[in-house]
Ligand binder design. Structure first.
Ligand code: ADP
Ligand code: ZN
Length: 615
């Protein structure tokens, strides 16, 4: 194990293993198979890179890494090369001559770690090539791509079980950030990993701060959020991702943000492929870009310094929400997951489920998933605890989510719940059909509109009984009743509300209803929440440190351009911040800083010293 630690320090510049890394590395380096479940940003790469280096250096042969994502492979290889590892990639972006050169290096034993696209790996030609060389291990990254149920399914991944048949003595390590048991079982089954050890890490991402605000004017709220929490004094802003449901909304939002001083780009499946790729490439390489996207964007983005993920629409499920928000803060520095949501989102998602072509069983599952997410939005308890519980992980209140930081007041809403439920009952009784929240609120508030008179709802007993509460207050009541399952949204897509099974208990006064008190005006509460909870890691820097930081960032941009790699491949923000703080005045003083291994010290040490001396 001391050898593994030496590589960790020397090559990667880190001092200690994280979580279960040491165990996993030991297991694989000594020839064991395993399946690793670790959240995004948990540090999966080292789990196969270090055993690959250990085994290669012991003469066992090259480490082969299967990855479905071209951009990601290239980044990994660039980062390894910067760290002094002999790494290479074989995928469709290479010319014939380039590919031949890699193959020659492979046969000559000159490559330590080789990244290969699955379709390339599975060609008879390449498998033969592997038989003529020595293979030290197979790493199968993004192993959930074998799952036909997930949206990342890759047919070629299923064939990967062949590896075990043809190379039975080569250890295999499969890795994924997808947590659910179903996917896990599928990976074991399809990759024939029955005898493999399974390493499950906590799926908590403690550096991400979860926040869900009530939707008021979502775009304005988003802009205020970015300005308040992710914009530096000089007007530049952090990298972030904004998710929207529809292509049109993606485009409108990107344009609107651009018009308000935010460097924003659009990304969705309906765009011209070239433009889309160009946007993705820019996001990867440039700093301070906001990508407004549908969920089509994200897989293959392992940009470590995404400082926020914002949702302008409700995702479909907790799985989706967690995967998308997980793209923030891979580097372990503070990051925000921010979402604006309202009743309209729930109705819209419900409608999409109803109108889909799927069978009833699938629709039921989809509805249940949506309900779980709704529960998260309306909880008065810790968001993180709720999310982790959904993934079967017990935890304590986290202290780093909106409800922990500013516990919402609760109130006894039994009377209001009774009014609302009874209004649903009475109006349906009067007209034999069900109505949506807006109409019901009009009835409760005694708003004698044409529509109300037409249905005779000005005659029902609940007409006007809720006058003393505002439309906004009633909306929060209805949302929470839906989240608690006391009201259900009817099939058919119009947002009509039906009584839930247990509504009767409330109507009969057998059950007390505690509701979360919403802020008086959502916009303002967003701003208030922003103060004092900034996650910006430059916030606590003094003037000298800040000057160093800015100079180092300029230097890094230049170095990245010279080497043709994204800035974070040179150094992560965390390393740069530590350099700015400690301002080392010699190469040896730089040695202990996390993220600076031997190769990077040699390559960049002098540049850093010069930069720091210049400030
Ligand atoms: P994943 O693939 O699980 O999303 P990565 O392998 O990209 O995560 O690691 C996330 C970040 O954590 C990377 O920036 C990596 O350099 C860093 N990291 C991983 N292991 C360690 C460690 N033991 N000490 C310090 N940083 C680490
Ligand atoms: Zn919390």
């Amino acid at each position: 194990m001391s050898q593994a630690l030496a590589i960790l320090k020397d090559v990667f510049g880190y001092h200690a293993f994280r979580g279960r890394q040491a165990e996993i590395i030991d297991h694989v380096a000594t020839g064991g198979d395993c399946l690793v479940l670790m959240p995004t940003g948990g540090g999966k790469s080292l789990c196969y890179q270090i055993p690959a280096l250990l085994r290669q250096r012991a003469g066992d042969g090259v480490g082969i890494v299967v990855s479905p994502l071209i951009a990601l492979m290239q980044d990994q290889v660039a980062a390894l090369t910067e760290a002094g590892v002999r790494a290479a990639v074989l995928n469709s972006t290479l010319t014939g001559a380039e590919a031949s050169a890699v193959e020659r290096d492979l046969l000559a034993g000159r490559i330590e770690i080789l990244y290969v696209a699955p379709e390339r790996l599975m060609t008879p030609r390449f498998l033969d090539l592997l038989e003529r060389t020595r293979v030290g291990l197979f790493a199968i990254d993004e192993a959930h791509c074998v799952s036909q149920w997930g949206h990342d399914f890759r047919p070629e991944y299923i064939q990967l079980s062949v590896l075990h048949e043809r190379f039975p003595y080569v250890p295999r390590i499969a890795l994924t950030a997808t947590a659910d048991a179903l996917t896990r079982d599928e990976i074991v089954e399809r990759l024939a990993l029955h005898d493999a050890r399974i390493f499950i890490s906590s799926f908590d991402r403690p550096n991400i701060r979860y926040r869900i605000v009530e939707k008021d004017n979502a775009r304005q709220q988003l802009l205020a959020f970015i300005k308040a929490e992710h914009t530096a004094a000089d007007g530049t802003h952090d990298s972030g991702i904004v998710y929207c449901l529809s292509r049109k909304k993606v485009e409108d939002t990107a344009q609107w943000l651009s018009g308000h001083g935010i460097n924003a780009l659009a990304y969705h499946a309906g765009m011209d492929a070239q433009v889309r790729q160009h946007h993705q490439a820019r996001f990867r390489v440039e700093e301070g870009l906001v990508m407004v996207a549908t969920i089509a964007f994200g897989m293959g983005i392992d940009k470590p310094d995404v400082r926020f993920v914002a949702h302008l629409d409700l995702p479909k499920s907790m799985e989706g929400y967690y995967q998308e928000t997980g793209r923030a803060g891979r580097d372990g520095l503070p990051a925000n997951a921010w979402m604006a949501y309202g009743l309209g989102d729930v109705v819209q998602q419900k409608r999409m489920i109803d109108e889909s072509e799927a069978d009833e069983a699938f629709k039921r599952v989809s509805s249940a998933k949506l309900d779980a997410l709704l529960g998260l939005c309306e909880t008065a308890g810790c968001r993180r605890q709720r999310i982790l519980a959904y993934f079967n992980e017990a935890s304590e209140p986290c202290g780093n989510c909106d409800t922990c930081l500013e516990p919402p007041a609760t109130w006894d809403g039994t009377r209001e719940a009774q009014m609302a439920l009874s209004c649903v009952y009475r109006t349906a009784q009067a007209s034999r059909i069900h109505f949506g929240a807006t109409h019901l609120i009009d009835v409760l508030r005694g708003n004698a509109s044409e529509k109300i008179k037409q249905w005779g709802h000005d005659k029902v007993s609940t007409f006007g009984i809720g006058k003393d509460r505002s439309v906004h207050e009633w909306h929060t009541v209805f949302r929470q009743l839906i989240a608690q399952g006391l009201l259900m949204i009817d099939h058919g897509g119009h947002g009509a509300l039906l009584l839930g099974e247990r509504a009767r208990e409330v109507l009969k006064g057998e059950r007390q209803i505690i509701l979360r008190r919403q802020a008086a005006r959502p916009g303002k509460s967003g701003e208030r929440a922003a103060r004092g909870t900034r996650t910006d890691h430059t916030a606590d820097m003094d003037a000298a440190t800040l000057a160093n930081w800015e100079a180092l960032r300029r230097w890094r941009t230049e170095a990245a351009r010279e080497h043709g790699v994204p800035a974070y491949v040179i150094f992560h923000d965390a390393t740069l911040a530590e350099l700015a703080r400690t301002a080392p005045d010699s190469l040896s003083a730089m040695q202990g800083i996390p993220g600076i291994g031997a190769s990077k010290l040699e390559r960049y040490g002098q540049g850093i010293l010069d930069t720091l001396r210049g400030t």
